[in-house]
Design a protein. Sequence first.
Length: 324
Amino acid sequence: QKMSPSIPTTINIREPRWDQSTFQGRAKHFFMVTDPRNLLLSGAALEEARRVVEDYRAGVVPPGLTEDQLWRAKYIYDSAFHPDTGEKMLLIGRMSAQVPMNMTITGCMLTFYRTTPAVLFWQWVNQSFNAIVNYTNRSGDAPITPSQLGTAYVSATTGAVVTALGLKSLTKHLPAIIGRYVPFAAVAAANCINIPLMRQRELKLGIPVTDENGNRLAESTAAAQKAIFQVVVSRIGMAVPAMAIPPVIMNALEKRPFLKRYPYLNAPLQVGLVGLCLVFATPLCCALFPQKSSMSVSRLEPEVQARIREKDPQLETIYFNKGL
């Protein structure tokens, strides 16, 4: 039998496989990135993917490697190793852990919302998980200090708990369905606190902005604000289907004799419904904005505009990595 011809060494595996200027391309990319099955891969499989990717980048193509296998290796590699530092990421902080972890935590937040200790406990668990995710997926050239991490964590947890308890006391006299939306409001509030605090260094010092070829031009705080705003919108968007759809379904089901007879099915049902929503909501909301976001030069701070005009007077648009 003939050996299959080797693939060219010119495939750019630093970029995603699909066109990132379209929503569909971004969605396909994030379905791969957030695939929970990547969590089940052994250390050996991860190392094998790393080897294929690093060899290929160095111009070495193993005989018989197909383009599909190369892309699969790239996505496995990306799922487990930090893009800037190359170190293996904490298991529960990886993007592939988002769905199973969020499904469990959100399901529990929606199930156990009736008592104050339960509200406190699950909001705390959720913010602890968020802190791990934000730390694991931090941008590589802006390391976050332990004290900043601590401040963000405490503030977001406090914000979530205060919102949850405040709203919980307000909903006592409102229809039962309203009470089920308290966890969502708390999560939305916490995201608005947590992400800007986790990335406060970027808001103070700016994030790198580049031209379309990736040449670094300056650091801009205006770009940082836009990046962080987009991430907050994506994160809240991710929580919407999972926290908005199951309460309606559960509210209807709880009136049926079936759940009255088997009340212990409440939590597993809720977790399952949330999981179903998250499998789609997580990648689709990550895909709302391009990872490589852009902005017109005229929207930047005056001093940054001046620096860019000096380097390239014709430049209209700058690009930056928005983070996740």
